[in-house]
Ligand binder design. Structure first.
Ligand SMILES: Nc1ncnc2c1ncn2[C@@H]1O[C@H](COP(=O)(O)OP(=O)(O)OP(=O)(O)O)[C@@H](O)[C@H]1O
Ligand SMILES: [Mg+2]
Length: 471
């Protein structure tokens, strides 16, 4: 199973937020700061409303925890100022026990939640985490929506990977021509979708688009389906019948699984391509064919030619403009985008209010190799939407074989220790180094703050910086 590290997706890493704590009571301030720092957040404190407002003008803050009742400037005023500085700020107000009125008032003014004193530490942690997770999801959805909007104008084909952007570009260029196109790609990569996009963006868009699966019919049936027959052409042919080439007149015919076409039909098709003429089965008259041909295959047509199974002259006639669709595992950037697209589609279809995909589930989706490509992903999301009872698609609603895949750095489902062994010290060192570097980055190089972020003393932090040669 291949795993992919996907740095280009709009899926943000889980929140490590900057929180401002405002309380005129010193012990309360300190308690909040200690608890929140230990949870990995960056914490700023202010001892009154005025100091808080001054701070908010200088420092970006994602979450505000403020006492409501303070002398001079009240918590509600702080919240209003915070919202002016950052309309997306999350406010959690701390109110005295039993004063539900102020709590309600705070919520009315746009606070996200409130805590009533005395509160327990777990309640605080949970509320903060929930609020940040929700914010995180909202941002993620906004990013995904924006990404969806500015991808391309074939609104039903989702993708923003370089591979798919190249495909969109190509479709746009070739759609208005009448050139024959060969779309190739693994099963479920969207070949038919692309064929339709070419047709519906062409000058023939008001004429028929006719699809025929060459692998699904025995030779004689395929022959008569394509070219039609006259009455009496074979037993059972008791009337004249138009072939799909005639049905598609001035439109597009989509020949799916062209690699399965028998040699006899290949010859006839070659004639259509070369002379733009064909004859019904059993007929004597030649008819002009004005059709555009788009063929598709999930097989290596050049190899079939080399093996003598597909006519070389036909191959060149068909392969005028090759469009290759990359498998999903080669375009990890598209996975979350597609998943979101199918989520919206199926949630609407069954009338469920599911608002997103949990970060853990997204990780699983991205780590899985998708041998069945987009069709398989679509089925997985449809199933998850049907099974899910909550507001988010959780990893537990994904098909089991998707769930068991480990993300980057994982080693499969059974054991975290591979049979070939594993260098634990080195792994731990890698992790330490990552965290030290990240803390430095987040604190803008302020070592004391970075040390706080990791819950360690300044001295230990300096030791690790030196050990890993970080500046
Ligand atoms: N880029 C995409 N965006 C949105 N939906 C997609 C995309 N690609 C494929 N799909 C969906 O995935 C499913 C499979 O696509 P399609 O039938 O076009 O694949 P295919 O390559 O023709 O597969 P097969 O080789 O199995 O015939 C369809 O439901 C299609 O709508
Ligand atoms: Mg198909």
């Amino acid at each position: 199973m291949s795993t992919v590290a996907d740095s280009a997706t709009p899926v943000l890493s889980p929140p490590t937020a900057r929180i401002l704590v405002v309380d005129d009571e010193r012990s309360m301030r300190e308690l909040l700061a200690i608890v929140l720092k230990r949870e990995g957040y960056e914490v700023l404190v202010a001892e009154n409303g005025r100091a808080a407002i001054a701070l908010l003008e200088k420092e970006p803050v994602e979450l505000l925890i403020s006492d409501v009742r303070m002398p001079d400037v009240s918590g509600v005023q702080v919240l209003a100022a915070a919202q002016r500085a950052n309309p997306e700020i999350i406010g959690i107000m701390v109110t005295a026990f039993a004063s539900t009125e102020t709590a309600v008032e705070a919520l009315r003014l746009g606070a996200y939640d409130y805590l009533s004193k005395p509160f327990n530490v777990d309640e605080l942690k949970l509320k903060v985490r929930k609020a940040l997770e929700r914010r995180h999801l909202q941002q993620e959805n906004a990013l995904l929506k924006r990404a969806l909007q500015d991808t391309h104008q074939f609104s039903n084909i989702i993708g923003r990977s370089p591979g798919m952007l190249a495909v969109f570009q190509l479709i746009q260029t070739i759609a208005p021509t009448t050139s024959t196109v060969l779309v190739s790609g693994e099963s479920g990569t969207g070949k038919e979708l692309v064929a339709r996009a070419i047709h519906f963006n062409s000058l023939r868009k008001d004429r028929p688009f006719v699809a025929l699966n060459c692998g699904a019919l025995p030779e004689t049936l395929l022959d008569s389906e394509l070219f039609g027959h006259v009455r009496g052409a074979f037993t059972g042919a008791d009337s004249n019948k138009k072939g799909l080439i005639e049905v598609a007149e001035k439109g597009t015919i989509f020949l799916d699984e062209i690699g399965e076409m028998s040699p006899l039909v290949q010859v006839k098709l070659l004639r259509v391509l070369q002379e733009r003429k064909f004859r019904r089965l059993g007929g004597t008259e030649e008819t002009e064919a004005d059709i555009r041909i788009i063929a598709a295959t999930n097989r290596d047509l050049a190899k079939l030619v080399a093996d003598g199974k597909f006519r070389e002259d036909l191959f060149y006639r068909i392969n005028v403009i090759p469009v290759r669709l990359p498998p999903l595992r080669e375009r990890p950037e598209d996975i979350s985008l597609l998943a979101e697209h199918f989520l919206v589609k199926y949630a609407a279809q069954i009338g469920r209010k599911i608002t997103g995909i949990s970060p853990d589930a997204v990780r699983k989706l991205q780590a899985y190799a998708w041998p069945g490509n987009i069709r398989e992903l679509e089925n997985a999301i449809e199933r998850a939407v049907a099974l899910e009872t909550g507001q988010l698609v959780e990893a537990s609603s994904l098909p089991e074989h998707v769930q068991v895949v480990e993300g980057p750095g994982g080693n499969g489902a059974e054991s975290p220790l591979p049979e070939s062994g594993f260098d634990l010290e080195r792994h731990v060192a890698d992790i330490e180094r990552e965290y030290i570097a990240e803390a430095l980055r987040q604190s803008g190089g302020v070592k004391s703050r970075a040390a706080d972020l990791l819950g360690m003393s300044f001295r230990s932090f300096r030791y690790y910086m030196k050990k890993y040669n970080l500046r």
